[in-house]
Design a protein around this ligand. Structure first.
Ligand code: SAM
Length: 196
């Protein structure tokens, strides 16, 4: 799917629907907003940029790490064939799932757990989107990326990360490109930051 079409789909999804009642009024702001449990919904311009980098198509099986509010999940599920989404905080996942169910999505599969390990049972994935800050690229995610696949992941310190676009060629050669600086909440898990 081209970037213009991705942008149209992005604009078709109401960000305010994924926010709590106190934050809803700020949905139009191009900034991250709290979603509870110390987590955030990312700024909309970054959600769009990362989706355009990921470049999902309607045939793709996508793995998303960090369901959060479910906003990014909805965009991916409108574009791709199937979305497997993993969130470590059960309460956030329950709220996100209820909202996504209300939108009548039938192509989203949910797991509460440590996304640094991916979701091996359904691998490989054509696209992997990580929406929390990794300390390093988890090997399990690279291994679960399909040949010809693309992964977008912020990697760095808890305060600042480089957004990486990782591609795997048809003969499994990995290429990693930095595409700018971002600041995400920590990816916490076996192959991420420790829960402090
Ligand atoms: N994409 C989300 C949205 O549209 O609302 C925002 C995601 S928020 C910036 C990052 C999320 O990653 C948080 O909900 C956090 O709990 C989750 N997270 C952190 N470490 C994780 C892990 N190891 N596995 C799964 N989710 C994780």
């Amino acid at each position: 799917m081209d970037k213009k079409k991705i942008k149209e789909i992005f604009h078709s999804i109401d960000r305010s629907f994924f926010l709590g009642k106190d934050e809803r009024q700020y949905a139009f702001l191009n900034m991250p907003l709290p979603i509870g449990y110390g987590q955030t919904i990312s700024q909309p311009s970054l959600v769009l940029k990362m989706t355009q980098l990921l470049l999902p198509t309607k045939e793709n099986k996508v793995l998303e790490i960090g369901t959060g509010s479910g906003f990014q999940t909805a965009i991916l599920a409108k574009i791709a064939d199937k979305v497997y989404t993993v969130e470590r905080i059960k309460q956030l996942m329950e709220v996100a799932k209820e909202k996504l169910d209300n939108m009548n999505f039938t192509n989203i599969f949910y797991k509460v757990g440590d996304g640094t390990k991916g979701w091996k049972e359904h691998a490989p994935y054509d696209r992997i989107m990580v929406t929390a800050a990794a300390s390093a690229v988890p090997d399990d995610l690279v291994n679960q990326l399909a040949k010809g696949g693309r992964m977008v992941i912020p990697v760095g310190t808890p305060n600042l990360q480089e957004l990486k676009l990782i591609t795997k060629s048809d003969d499994s050669v990995i290429n990693i490109k930095s595409v700018g600086y971002v600041r995400f909440v920590e990816l916490i898990g076996k192959y991420g930051w420790k829960n402090r």
